[in-house]
Design a protein around this ligand. Structure first.
Ligand code: HDE
Length: 748
């Protein structure tokens, strides 16, 4: 139904004849997420129970045939219904984002735990009873709109807070540092990583010559490279990754006192990743894996949650670190400045319409509210220009703030007018300030009326194009990251580098990379070199024709002073002390079944897993329904054709001879289990189900003899010939909670 209204709130200026500055922070009705839903719903049209019309409201009487001269004659130009429909269709697409094109989003709300007034006057960080609506868009960076979710890539993590002081956008990533230190290098970085321009290959992948050519000449990218080669770049779920504001920002309190702040999002489901082999297979089996996972979790009521963390640094401590707070290739290790968790964000509603919301949402680092401010990080400063600029093109003009998803929940009053697609009907004679004809409206707001005033930082400098020497150490934190990883995670980084550089065809690029990796960690470089069948060059060979020495000057590559830091457990994903390691909530468990399963063996285990919060799905030789020996009927969620081992976290084969015998006859079932085993996932079987694991070579006769009554034969292999063994379900749950059993992974 078309509610027949548009733009209820944007037209704040026309809704009341005499808007007043005092209207602005008016809280009534705006403080919870439902108000944002109401706001959006004014534009919702769901075509339910209505006649089909043209865009002019004329009812269409035949939507099957164009207007022709006779039933076999030519189509007539007069057919305005056909022309309108085809013209609209021809113009349906807008340009995709130049980066972060592939995205998935959800609505939710944020609540602060306790007032942060001591640090910031930002209204949404004052009162724990206020629910601030948010819209969050996750994305990959390099791929096009239709590319796979499972690319090895940074994930965008952009949050729009619809606060009562206007929109605040925290436009971050799932990695706390960036490739480059200065915005002027961003177009080069993006051109290097995108498909190569001559043949548009490869899509959504960094494993190609131009990316590594650029990186091998940009030592400042080395810390970020460690992160993107780690499992952080292939998350199990968007719900299981951290978010970071990356830059250092400022908090400013109502007395004007400023402090530096770094923002973190900590997922309550913990940090989890898939293996690279899985990622590549998922890209074929379900390229929408992350999008589907987020959508389904919200539909199931498993609302994803993150805590907002802050690291606060007093201004007087600006220079007390071994790195520069303004350098976006550096973190502040949590062991030096702890992360304080100050509030929680819950995502609880899927978008109504992908295009209207996820595609048209426009985030901008410059959308900021009083109490938060920028710093002079040169990457941040460049971003401040880019977002509005790109959105003018992508969203077709200067009025995209009127699109429902971008509209603030507070009224807007200003003298900006007209432009393509202007929706607001501004009333009155004046569109300038100062004016007397409208009593001076709209007024400037004093800082005591939530007027934004920039932090008055003192600047006294020469105008130069230079990089501060305090930005020159490119390796200490790269090393800190690598050395803070668990053994399996280090192995994954090495394998990722072998894979990526193995796809590089130009040998000198590989060699330059090996040289840079050797500055990070000798063993890392040696191990990558072994995989490439190459050796580490003694010096960095600069290409002959290189015109810009700058940071790629080999002399600068050697750090003046290597800073040694204690490993930081907060940087790893496995056994990271900041996250729970005992939950299997929302993990997907596949039950491998056919007709003739043992009813109780299936139902009891299902109950145990669901009680622990997991999602149980059946995979069977055919779709439709399956019947147990005692008549229980269950639906087959997948067949072995539509499902795949890489889409699940763990597997269970219940007892029931007829069921197990039909599974044994299908070679796809073997592959399914062997692949799951190879990916170090938990596998369980009861009664005759153990036979299936034996047939796949996963359980051996020796295993059975040596286990002496234990339910877990080997890490992550939980099996019992007794279909109803005591504690079987609990054992399976605790094995799944380990996420993966890395002991099974082959050595490098
Ligand atoms: Fe972005 N970035 N970026 N970026 N960025 C965009 O804005 C840009 C950077 C980030 O879901 C674009 O509307 C420059 C860092 C996210 O819609 C564009 C520089 C971080 C998103 C742009 C950076 C980000 C974007 C493309 C270097 C993490 C997706 C479309 C100076 C802190 C937001 C658009 C969404 C999107 C420019 C670097 C995060 C072109 C110039 C660092 C999450 O404006």
């Amino acid at each position: 139904m078309n509610k027949g209204k548009t733009n209820g709130r944007t037209g704040g200026a026309n809704a009341k004849n005499e808007p007043h500055a005092a209207d602005l922070p008016n809280s009534a009705g705006y403080g919870d997420q439902n108000s944002k839903l109401d706001d959006l719903s004014q534009n919702i049209e769901d075509s339910g129970g209505e006649f089909l019309t043209t865009n002019q409201g004329v009812r269409v009487n035949d939507n099957q045939n164009s207007l022709k001269a006779g039933d076999r004659g030519p189509t007539l130009l007069e057919d305005f219904i056909l022309r309108e429909k085809i013209t609209h269709f021809d113009h349906e697409r807008i340009p995709e984002r130049v980066v972060h094109a592939r995205g998935s989003a959800a609505h939710g709300y944020f609540q602060v735990y306790e007032s942060m007034a001591q640090y910031t006057k930002a209204h949404f960080l004052q009162d724990p009873s206020v629910k601030t609506p948010v819209f969050v868009r996750f994305s990959t960076v390099a791929g096009s709109r239709g590319s796979t979710d499972l690319a090895r890539d940074v994930r965008g993590f952009a949050v729009k807070f619809y606060t009562q002081e206007g929109n605040y956008d925290l436009v971050g990533n799932n990695i706390p540092v960036f490739f480059i230190q200065d915005a002027i290098k961003f177009p080069d970085l993006v051109h290097a990583v995108k498909p190569e321009p001559h043949n548009e290959i490869p899509q959504a992948a960094s494993a190609h010559d131009t990316f590594w050519d650029f990186i091998s000449l940009m030592p400042e990218s080395m810390h970020m490279i460690m992160w993107v080669m780690s499992d952080r770049a292939i998350p199990r779920s968007l719900r299981m990754m951290e978010g970071f504001g990356v830059h250092t920002f400022r908090f400013v309190n109502d007395r004007g006192k400023a402090r530096f702040v770094k923002f973190h999002w900590k997922p309550l489901l913990g940090l989890h990743a898939v293996l690279w082999d899985e990622a590549q297979k998922i890209s074929g089996k379900d390229p929408d894996f992350h999008r589907r996972d987020l959508w389904e979790a919200i539909e199931n009521g498993d609302y994803p949650e993150w805590e907002l963390g802050v690291q606060i640094v007093e201004e007087k401590d600006e220079f007390s670190f071994d790195f520069d707070l303004l350098d976006p290739t550096k973190i502040i290790p949590e062991e030096i400045v702890p992360v304080r968790r100050i509030g929680k964000m819950t995502l609880n509603r899927n978008p109504e319409n992908f295009f209207a919301e996820t595609e048209q949402v426009a985030f901008h680092l410059g959308n900021i509210v009083p109490g938060i401010d920028f710093t002079n990080d040169p990457l941040l400063q460049g971003r401040l220009f880019s977002y509005l600029d790109t959105q003018l093109l992508r969203l077709g003009g200067p009025n995209f703030h009127e699109i429902p998803i971008n509209r603030p929940v507070v009224p807007l009053h200003n003298n900006q007018r007209d432009g393509f697609m202007r929706q607001t009907v501004n009333r009155g004679q004046t569109s300038y300030e100062p004016n007397s004809l409208r009593g001076g409206c709209p007024f400037q707001a004093g800082t005591d009326m939530s007027g934004f005033a920039s932090y008055a930082e003192r600047i006294d400098a020469q105008k130069i194009r230079e990089r501060s020497p305090s930005f020159h150490d490119h390796f200490s934190q790269a090393r800190l990251f690598f050395q803070s990883q668990s053994q399996p995670e280090q192995n994954h980084i090495i394998r990722a580098l072998r894979f990526e550089l193995g796809k590089v065809e130009t040998v000198p690029i590989r060699e330059r990379m090996l040289f840079l990796l050797a500055q990070v960690d000798k063993e890392l470089a040696n191990s990558v070199a072994r995989g490439l069948g190459a050796s580490i060059p003694a010096r960095l060979e600069k290409p002959m024709n290189m015109s810009v020495p700058g940071d790629v000057d080999p002399k600068k590559v050697q750090p003046k002073r290597a800073i040694e830091m204690e490993p930081s457990p907060a940087l790893r994903m496995i056994d990271n002390p900041n996250f729970p390691s005992d939950t299997i909530k929302t993990r997907k468990i596949a039950f491998l079944v056919a007709d003739g399963f043992d009813d109780a063996a299936l139902l009891d285990m299902k109950q145990a897993l669901m009680t622990a919060g997991a999602v149980v799905m059946t995979v069977a030789p055919h779709l439709g329904v399956l019947t147990g020996i005692n008549g229980t009927v269950v639906k087959a969620d997948f067949s072995f054709l539509t499902g795949s081992s890489v889409l699940f976290d763990a597997f269970y084969v219940p007892d029931g001879e007829p069921s197990v015998n039909s599974l044994k006859a299908d070679p796809d079932v073997n592959n399914f289990l062997i692949e799951g085993y190879k990916h170090c996932k938990t596998i369980a079987a009861s009664g005759a189900g153990v036979e299936l694991l034996a047939a796949a070579g996963i359980v051996t006769a020796a295993d059975e003899i040596s286990r002496t009554g234990k339910l877990e034969f080997r890490p992550g292999l939980v099996a019992t010939r007794d279909a109803y063994a005591q504690g079987f379900g609990d054992q399976f749950v605790s094995a799944i909670a380990k996420h993966r059993h890395w002991e099974r992974e082959p050595a490098l």
